[in-house]
Design a protein around this ligand. Structure first.
Ligand SMILES: CC(C)(COP(=O)(O)OP(=O)(O)OC[C@H]1O[C@@H](n2cnc3c(N)ncnc32)[C@H](O)[C@@H]1OP(=O)(O)O)[C@@H](O)C(=O)NCCC(=O)NCCS
Length: 176
């Protein structure tokens, strides 16, 4: 679909309000393939625009929106923030949560995911905050991907999906 004449290069840019609908459509396709997010996608646009959203980006490949990532502000009660505080002493105000990362299945392995993640972590570094994230144990491609980019597992726990606890891990982003 994206490479009839060679390897297209992904472009990452800030998400605009009129991107949310394309991101929601992509998310529904990702959920069908990967079961991500475990909460389901009954209202994908609401899931993509949480109250504590700080910043969001999209990846384009050959001019189409194929991927997404965002940063949210952690609350003191956020389980990832609590884990990081226990491990490093860093309070929630010094952290950002990287999440809602996904790339359409047919657009993967073009480094769109890597470019999205690096863009978000670069932004966090400029803001002087350490990025953290939660990943489900079943999302093995994502775990391999984060570890290759230098993320470090600091805890194994459970995530409340709304229909039961799902095994999950907490990760700390690479220090800059
Ligand atoms: C995790 C995810 C975002 C990665 O997206 P992606 O765009 O495929 O990411 P990249 O292309 O940067 O890297 C994926 C792999 O392809 C490899 N790759 C990238 N370009 C390549 C190329 N030209 N040739 C061969 N391999 C390549 C990368 O080295 C990487 O390998 P790794 O799995 O060993 O780390 C994607 O798999 C996804 O959406 N998964 C479902 C949702 C999910 O689990 N999200 C995370 C929730 S916490």
């Amino acid at each position: 679909m994206f490479e009839p004449h060679g390897q297209p290069t992904p472009v990452v840019r800030g998400r605009r309000a009129d991107d949310v609908s394309a991101c929601a459509t992509a998310l529904v396709a990702v959920h069908e393939t990967d079961g991500y997010p475990v909460e389901g996608v009954t209202d994908p646009e609401a899931w993509l625009t949480p109250e504590n959203l700080l910043r969001a980006w999209v990846a384009e490949l050959a001019g189409e929106v194929v991927g997404h990532v965002c940063l949210t502000a952690p609350t003191d009660s956020n389980p990832v923030a609590a884990t990081v505080r226990a491990h490093t002493g860093t309070e929630a105000a010094g952290l950002v949560v990287l999440g809602r990362l996904f790339v359409l299945p047919e657009a993967r392995r073009h480094r769109a995911g890597e470019l999205l993640t690096r863009t978000a972590t670069d932004y966090a570094a400029v803001a002087g905050r350490r990025p953290v994230l939660e990943v489900m144990d079943k999302d093995r491609a994502a775990i391999r991907f984060y570890e290759r980019l230098g993320w470090r597992r600091i805890a194994t726990t459970g995530h409340d999906s709304g229909h039961g606890r799902v095994p999950a891990h907490h990760y700390l982003g690479p220090a800059r």
